[in-house]
Design a protein. Structure first.
Length: 329
């Protein structure tokens, strides 16, 4: 039988299938089910600083209204309250950690520089195996340069790495001018891996109501091409582990990611479409392909279809484009 084991940020995984941060990783029963069905690891639902600030604001408003009704009522029934902040999320993560044995990674999406370090420290104390920095910023300010945005991210990663003793991955957006250079900076800052790429919410417009509508659409297989290309381009150029994310719909897609050089592959939409038992199907598809092609381990073929294994790097980056154009003539 083929050996599907791999390593991600120095953490052994029994297979490269990592359940991405999503609604599935929001419920302990489903997380336990993922482990039973053979998931290699799971990224726990994200901790969003905005949610914490909103909860604190809601509590403050409630107490203020109570005090305005009657100071006596406030003092009698609502004693001094210390806002819970992120404690509820940390307790949930700790509970999840106790419920399963598979590797668990936390996801953090903060706003303020100090918050990244503060929450990262708290998450590191919950027993998680690693942390995924989910940096989200829409570069809509014309006075902020791309270099400044990159520096913000690199500084956050460096600060977090100094504050915690667990591996740190960075979930990247594809919208940077030079992805390769940014990955180089992140490596210098101490990051252990990059996840490629994040799918940000893209709102649309309701033409009848003339309002913005936020909708969450599942990823499609055609979206695999962008992260697949970048994993293949970066493999061998960086010491960071590369994780393919977005558009993984089948075992064949997982194999493509491994051939490109991925250490692991994150999945979510495929599980929403096909159900959690699809995890077992993906494993069987990978095993069957490996056996058909004479591979005993993933390391035997990882990265074999990447820029590292071509003599003409320019050809690797441009040949597909030229071939496509010429084929249309």
């Amino acid at each position: 039988m083929a050996d599907l084991s791999t390593s991600y940020m120095g953490i052994p995984l029994k297979n490269p299938l990592v359940v991405a941060a999503c609604a599935i990783s929001n419920q302990i029963d489903q997380i336990k089910r993922c482990e039973e069905l053979g998931a290699g690891a799971l990224v726990i639902r994200s901790l969003f600083e905005e949610q914490i600030l909103h909860d604190d604001s809601t509590m403050a408003d409630f107490l203020e209204r109570a005090a305005n009704i009657s100071p006596e009522i406030h003092s009698s029934f609502y004693p001094s309250v210390d806002f819970g902040g992120a404690r509820e999320h940390m307790m949930w993560v700790e509970k999840t950690r106790r419920a399963v044995a598979m590797p668990l990674f936390a996801s953090l999406n903060a706003v303020h520089p100090g918050s990244w370090v503060n929450y990262a420290k708290q998450l590191a104390e919950t027993g998680i195996d690693g942390l995924e920095i989910n940096y989200y910023y829409v570069a809509a300010d014309p006075d902020v340069t791309g270099a400044e945005l990159e520096k913000r991210l690199v500084d956050i990663v460096a600060s977090v790495k100094q504050a915690v003793n667990i591996p740190v991955a960075v979930k990247l957006s594809p919208f940077y001018t030079s992805v390769a250079n940014l990955v180089k900076q992140l490596e210098a800052a101490g990051a252990d891996a990059v996840v490629m790429f994040n799918r940000f919410l893209q709102p649309t417009i309701d033409i009848q109501e003339k309002t913005i509508v936020n909708e969450m659409a599942l990823s499609h297989e055609f979206e695999l091409k962008l992260p697949l290309r970048w994993v293949a381009l970066l493999y061998g150029r960086t010491k960071l582990d590369l994780v393919l994310n977005t558009g993984v719909a089948s075992g064949a897609d997982v194999i493509k990611g491994l051939l490109a050089g991925a250490s692991a592959v994150q999945i979510a939409s495929a599980l929403f479409r096909n159900g959690l038992p699809y995890l077992s199907t993906l494993q069987l598809e990978i095993e069957s392909w490996m056996e058909e092609n004479g591979y005993d381990t993933i390391d035997e073929f990882r990265g074999t279809v990447s820029q590292k294994h071509v003599t003409d790097l320019f050809g690797f980056e441009r040949a597909q484009y030229m071939d496509l154009l010429l084929a249309q003539e």
